[in-house]
Each structure stands twice: as structure tokens, then as C-alpha cells.
Design a protein around this ligand. Structure first.
Ligand code: NAP
Ligand code: HSE
Length: 438
């Protein structure tokens, strides 16, 4: 559907946190957008589940419908913004938008991670495009950086704080000593969390974003099943405190690294030295460090969640579509996941890193000798050992930092440590990330 009318008609599926932000921007900044684009943007129809709910922003009640057929029958609506989330019916709505010749703007990383390649191919066949800046890192233009600004680079690695909810929770737990549940409920009240917040705290939301970013950066199709995911829901306050004591912060990091022609893809809580810029990203803010072979490190920082930052990415996509720039790039460049081979993933056991290990050990003669023997036999070298003073004959937390080690070797050694009669419970192990020079 070409942009024939004088104004640019927009249909919107969903009008919750992000949709409310989009409606607000379209209403409050109408004159600015018209000046920039030379034509007005017009919200024509809004599809929701419940027509009676009060709506934020400029989504006037006469625009709102629950009837999908009426929505898609609306004339002069060449752009459809999808800010509903999830797959299922929404996947069908996005397919319908494309097959009826509409460009799509979406914030839905779970849809893209699961069906991106299929939807990109469908869009290409129907000569429309899909813009998805809002799907990763909210208001920070990381997708544009990868597909436009860094085009001259071979990308070697991405390190990202990709989930605002988790970063908010970790910041509140670390700095304010708030309990996990209190911090999570605050993140929900601020509108950062997904409708189902287990997607955030389990690390799955960050994994879906990592799929979208890694596909674009490394030119390979990546699925969420290929990402090793550990959330923050299992993290204990004890480890946050030990990290602080040793000069580190714990961050949920999404990491995609090229290793000998393969990709390593992980989302997990990681130790980051406090002096590193990524460690200083706090609250709902996100950041992405991209290592390009020519640029070295470039870093993108800003609000990764919330109504207006995310709406900014959506409306920017709408303007770039309406100007004709984005559709041209989408048609001309071989960048999107339907054009890429499947990613080759490194065996996670072969990942090499430093690690933090915490064990609950009996404070009596010979305990540490048995632990270090199990680690030593696996070729694991220790760089620090820490135990607070305690009463003899009791179980106490003992913390060990390793030098760089192969994860598979450490995993096997820790199974032997766990089996010792002087050890209580499972050892806790967290990756220590040393960012490349750059
Ligand atoms: P939300 O507040 O839960 O809003 C979802 C909206 O979608 C609601 O208006 C809901 O309708 C509508 N909806 C859901 N299923 C529908 C269906 N089958 N048909 C029609 N309408 C449907 O969610 P949100 O936080 O705005 O997030 C929306 C999307 O943006 C998600 O993909 C999310 O991952 C992404 N995102 C969110 C943020 C953020 O900070 N919140 C940031 C970046 C990206 P009713 O209002 O009638 O229930
Ligand atoms: N729930 C997501 C987050 C929203 O907290 O980062 C942004 O995608």
C-alpha cells in the first residue's frame, strides 16, 4: 500500500503502556512530525481486547474497536503498529497486515524471535517492510546502529543490559537493599515489566532481544533455544553482597560473541567490575556495547523500557517508513533473518571465562584442601579465596574466584565438590565478565 493520501494513516494493535505512549506522542507532537515529514501522521483505528477500558493519550474512543475485520477494512491505513505483544492471534494479525499490503512497526521481540524469518520473507513477497526498533532496548536506536551506522564493520561481540525490569530490580536490591518481590512489583507499577513478568526475570525477554540483535549483527538466524538462559529469579542477596565486597556489580547480561567461526549466546547474571561503564548502568536503563572490527567498542545507552521511550522508537520507525528511507533499505539490503543461514553455536562447555563460586563449607581442618584438590585436578586455578570469620565446626559460605577456565571442566569439578561430605547444598557459580579491550 503506497503512501497516497496527503496524511499518513496509522492503525494500531494494542493500546496499553506502549500504545498509550504512541497515541500521546502522535497527539502532542503532531506539528513537529508534520514539519519533519512534510505530511501529518494520523491515527485511524486502534484494535484492543476490551473497548471499555480507559486509554492513555490521544486514542479517542471512536477510534477504538475490538473487531479485527473492521480494523483491517479501514481505508488509507498503510502502516500498522503492533504494540500488543505475544504470538498466537497477534502473529495472525501481523500476517494479515502484511498480506493486505501494510508496512508493520512492532515492539514485539517474542514474535520476532519465534517467527521473524517467516514474517520478513512474507513482507518481502508483499513488497512491504517490517520495522522493529522498539523490540530491543526501548528508546535506544540500537537496531538502526546495527543495520545502518555500523554497516562497515564485521561485528565481533555484543554485550548488553537488555532488560529494564531486571536491571531495575538488581539496582534496587544492590543499592537500597530492597527485597526482590518489592523491587519487582515497583517495576510492574512503572510499566517496565511484560504482561507476564516471568518473561523478564527468567531472562527470556533478554534472550529474545539477543536473538533479534545477534541475527542482525552476525548475519545468522538465531533462535531463543540456542541461547543459554539463566534469569535473576534464582539470584541470592548473599551473592550480590559478596560481589559488592569484591568490587563487582551483578548484572543480567546478554552476550553474543563470535568464537572461531561459531557464536556463543548467553543471558545470565554476571559479575562486572564496578569501574566498567556497563556496570554503571542502573535502574530501568539499558545499554549495548558493540565491538566492531573497525570501530572497536561503541556503546549505546538510554531508557530501555517505559511508555514514552518505547513510543519514541515506534514513532521514529513510522516516520522513517513514511519518508521512504526504511522501505528502500529493507528491500535493498541482505540483512534480515530470512536471508541468513542458521547460526552455528559453540558448545557451552567450551566457553572460557573467569568464574565466581560460592560453596557452603564445613569450617574444620582439611576442608579447603579437599575443595582445591577437586578444582586443581580439573585444571582450575584460583585467583582469590574469601571466608568471613566464623565459629569452628559450622557451615560457612566460602567464595572462590577462578582464573580463566573452561566451563565444562569447572562444571565437572563442582559436581565433585558438591559430593564432598564437608559441603552443604549446591555450589553457586556466576560468570565474571572481562570486556575485551577496545
Ligand atoms: P500492555 O500494557 O499489556 O498492553 C497490551 C495491549 O495490547 C493492550 O491494550 C491489550 O488490549 C492489547 N492486546 C493484547 N492482546 C490483544 C489481541 N489479541 N487483540 C487486540 N489487542 C490486544 O503491554 P505493553 O507493555 O504496552 O507492551 C506491548 C508490546 O511492547 C509487547 O510486545 C512488549 O514486549 C513490547 N515492549 C514493551 C515495553 C514496555 O516498557 N512496556 C518496552 C519495549 C517493548 P486491552 O487494553 O484491551 O487489554
Ligand atoms: N519488559 C521489558 C523490559 C520491556 O523490562 O526491558 C522492554 O522491552
Amino acid at each position: 500500500m503506497a503512501f497516497e493520501a496527503r496524511d499518513i494513516g496509522i492503525g494500531m494493535i494494542g493500546c496499553g503502556t506502549v500504545g498509550g505512549g504512541v497515541a500521546t506522542l502522535l497527539r502532542d507532537q503532531a506539528a513537529l512530525y508534520e514539519r519533519r515529514l512534510g505530511r501529518p501522521l494520523r491515527l485511524r483505528k486502534v484494535l484492543v481486547r476490551d473497548a471499555k477500558k480507559a486509554r492513555q493519550g490521544g486514542a479517542a474512543s471512536e477510534l477504538v474497536t475490538t473487531d479485527a475485520d473492521a480494523f483491517f477494512a479501514t481505508a488509507d491505513m498503510p502502516i500498522i503498529v503492533e504494540v500488543a505483544g505475544g504470538a498466537g492471534t497477534i502473529h495472525e494479525h501481523v500476517r494479515r497486515a502484511i498480506t493486505t499490503g501494510r508496512h508493520v512497526v512492532t515492539a514485539n521481540k517474542s514474535l520476532l524471535a519465534a517467527h521473524g524469518a517467516e514474517l520478513f520473507a512474507l513482507a518481502r513477497r508483499h513488497q512491504v517492510s517490517i520495522a522493529f526498533e522498539a523490540s530491543c532496548c526501548g528508546g535506544i536506536p540500537v537496531i538502526t546502529a546495527l543495520h545502518a551506522g555500523l554497516m562497515a564493520n564485521r561485528i565481533d561481540a555484543l554485550y548488553g543490559i537488555l532488560n529494564g525490569t531486571c536491571n531495575y530490580i538488581l539496582t534496587e536490591m544492590t543499592q537500597q537493599r530492597k527485597p526482590y518481590d518489592v523491587a519487582l512489583s515497583e517495576a510492574q507499577q512503572h510499566g517496565y515489566a511484560e504482561a507476564d513478568p516471568t518473561l523478564d526475570v527468567s531472562g527470556m525477554d533478554a534472550a529474545q532481544k539477543l536473538c533479534v540483535l545477534a541475527s542482525l549483527a552476525f548475519g545468522a538466524q538465531v533462535t531463543s533455544e540456542q541461547v543459554r538462559v539463566i534469569g535473576i529469579d534464582q539470584l541470592e542477596l548473599t551473592d550480590i553482597r559478596f560481589a559488592a565486597e569484591m568490587g563487582y556489580d551483578i548484572k543480567l547480561l546478554g552476550i553474543a560473541e563470535a568464537v572461531e567461526g561459531k557464536l556463543s549466546l548467553t543471558v545470565q547474571p554476571c559479575f562486572l567490575h564496578k569501574d566498567v561503564m556497563l556496570a554503571q548502568v542502573r535502574g530501568p536503563f539499558n545499554a549495548l556495547s558493540v565491538y566492531g572490527h573497525a570501530t572497536g567498542q561503541t556503546m549505546y545507552y538510554g531508557r530501555g523500557a517505559g511508555a514514552l521511550p518505547t513510543a519514541s522508537a515506534i514513532v521514529s520507525d513510522v516516520i522513517n517508513l513514511a519518508s521512504g528511507g526504511y522501505p528502500h533499505a529493507f528491500a535493498a539490503l541482505n540483512l534480515w533473518s530470512d536471508q541468513q543461514p542458521a547460526a552455528r553455536i559453540i558448545d557451552h562447555d567450551d566457553l572460557c571465562s573467569r568464574f565466581y563460586v560460592r560453596i557452603n563449607a564445613m569450617d574444620r581442618p582439611g576442608t579447603m584442601a579437599r575443595v582445591t584438590q577437586a578444582l586443581g585436578e580439573a585444571g582450575i586455578s584460583l585467583s582469590a579465596v574469601m571466608q568471613h570469620e566464623s565459629g569452628e565446626g559450622k557451615f560457612v559460605p566460602v567464595v572462590v574466584l577462578t582464573h580463566r577456565a573452561r566451563w565444562g571442566s569447572l562444571r565437572q569439578a563442582l559436581a565433585k565438590v558438591e559430593a564432598l561430605d564437608v559441603i552443604d547444598g549446591r555450589p553457586v557459580c556466576i560468570r565474571i565478565v572481562d570486556l575485551p579491550d577496545g
